[in-house]
Design a protein. Structure first.
Length: 321
C-alpha cells in the first residue's frame, strides 16, 4: 500500500522558498549533456506529478521543507508508487538516483544538513548486445544510397561514425569540424563520462564519407552535423534528431533500429573478429572505450551464445540416457 502523502499548507509551513529550489535545480543540471538533462528532467517531473504540484521547483521545495525523516518518507512513498505502476527496476532506480543526487547537492550547498537514504530496488540487468547485425547496417546504408540529396550525405556520414567507430549518438552530434584532422586521419571525441577528448583513427570508408559531407556542408567551423531543413537550417543536429533518422531508416529497411544498436553491433563484431585474430578483449577495449573489460565479456558471451551451447549439452545428455 502506498503511504499517504500529506503536503504542508500555506507558505508558513515551508522552510525554504522557491528561489533556493530554482537555484538548486539550475546547479544540478548545469554542465550536463543534453541527453542527461532530458533524462533528469523526466525523472524529476515524474516526482512532481506524484506530488501533484505544478513545477519541479515546487516539488523540490516541498521535499526540502520536510526535514530528514519526513523527506525520506516522501521518497519511499514515491518509490512504492513507481513499483505499483510496474515500471522496470532499472527505470525506478534511475529515478530514485536522480532524486538522491539532487538532495546530495542540496546538502553540499548547505541548503539542508541531510540526504535521502532510500535504497534501490533489485533489478535484473539485461543488455541486448546484438543490434541489427552487419546485414542490418548494410540495409540501412542501402536505404541512404537510394537518395542523392544533402541530407543523405549527412546521414550516411553519421551512420559510418555510429558503426565504424562505435560512437554513441551523443558523441556524434557533439562533434565539431575542428575535431577533425583528415590529413592525419583522426577525430577527437569526448567520450561518456570523460573530461578530455580522445583521438580516434578514422577507417578509410569513414574518411571518404566525412570528406563528402564537408564538401556538401562547407568546411567552416562549427558543428560537424547540422540541420539542413529550412526551419532549423545550420543549427547543430540534436541527439533526438539522430535517433529519429536511424529509426526511420530502419523502418524503411524493415528493421527496428536505434543508434545505440549500431554501437552494439560494432562491438559484437569487434569481439568476434578479435577472437578470430587471436586478440584479447583488452584490444577491443580500445575500440569500445568502456571503462571495464567486464562489460565486453557480456558482448563476447552473448555472441558465443554460451547459454545455448550449455543448454544443448544438457538436453543431449537426457536424450542419451
Amino acid at each position: 500500500m502506498t503511504p499517504v502523502v500529506t503536503r504542508p499548507r500555506g507558505a508558513a509551513n515551508a522552510l525554504v522558498k522557491a528561489e533556493p529550489a530554482d537555484e538548486l535545480l539550475a546547479a544540478f543540471l548545469s554542465g550536463r549533456s543534453d541527453c542527461t538533462r532530458r533524462a533528469y528532467n523526466q525523472d524529476l517531473d515524474d516526482f512532481r506529478r506524484f506530488l501533484g504540484v505544478g513545477k519541479v521547483s515546487e516539488a523540490a521545495t516541498l521535499l526540502l521543507s520536510r526535514g530528514h525523516g519526513n523527506a525520506n518518507v516522501l521518497a519511499l512513498a514515491w518509490k512504492a508508487s513507481l513499483q505499483e505502476r510496474r515500471l522496470q527496476g532499472a527505470t525506478i532506480n534511475r529515478r530514485l538516483a536522480a532524486l538522491r543526487s539532487l538532495m546530495q547537492l542540496a546538502r553540499t550547498l548547505g541548503i539542508v544538513p541531510w540526504t535521502l537514504e532510500v535504497q534501490n530496488v533489485r533489478a535484473e540487468s539485461y543488455r541486448d548486445t546484438r543490434g541489427p547485425g552487419r546485414r542490418g547496417v548494410r540495409l540501412l546504408l542501402d536505404e541512404i544510397e537510394r537518395r542523392e540529396d544533402k541530407k543523405a550525405i549527412r546521414d550516411r556520414t553519421a551512420l559510418h561514425l555510429l558503426y565504424d567507430l562505435g560512437l554513441r549518438r551523443s558523441e556524434v552530434v557533439a562533434l565539431d569540424v575542428d575535431d577533425l584532422d583528415l590529413d592525419a586521419g583522426t577525430v577527437s571525441v569526448l567520450g561518456k563520462g570523460r573530461t578530455q577528448k580522445t583521438k580516434l583513427t578514422l577507417p578509410a570508408p569513414t574518411r571518404v564519407a566525412i570528406r563528402q559531407w564537408l564538401e556538401a556542408r562547407g568546411t567552416g567551423p562549427g558543428p560537424l552535423f547540422i540541420n539542413v531543413d529550412r526551419a532549423g537550417k545550420g543549427c547543430r543536429l540534436t541527439g533526438t534528431s539522430l535517433y529519429r533518422i536511424v529509426r526511420r531508416l530502419g523502418e524503411q529497411a524493415g528493421l527496428k533500429v536505434r543508434p545505440h544498436g549500431l554501437r552494439h553491433t560494432a562491438i559484437t563484431e569487434a569481439c568476434k573478429l578479435a577472437q578470430a585474430k587471436g586478440m584479447g578483449l583488452e584490444e577491443v577495449l580500445d575500440f569500445s572505450r568502456h571503462r571495464d573489460v567486464k562489460v565486453l565479456m557480456v558482448y563476447r558471451d552473448r555472441e558465443r551464445d554460451v547459454q545455448g551451447q550449455v543448454a544443448a549439452l544438457v538436453a543431449a545428455g537426457v536424450e542419451g540416457d
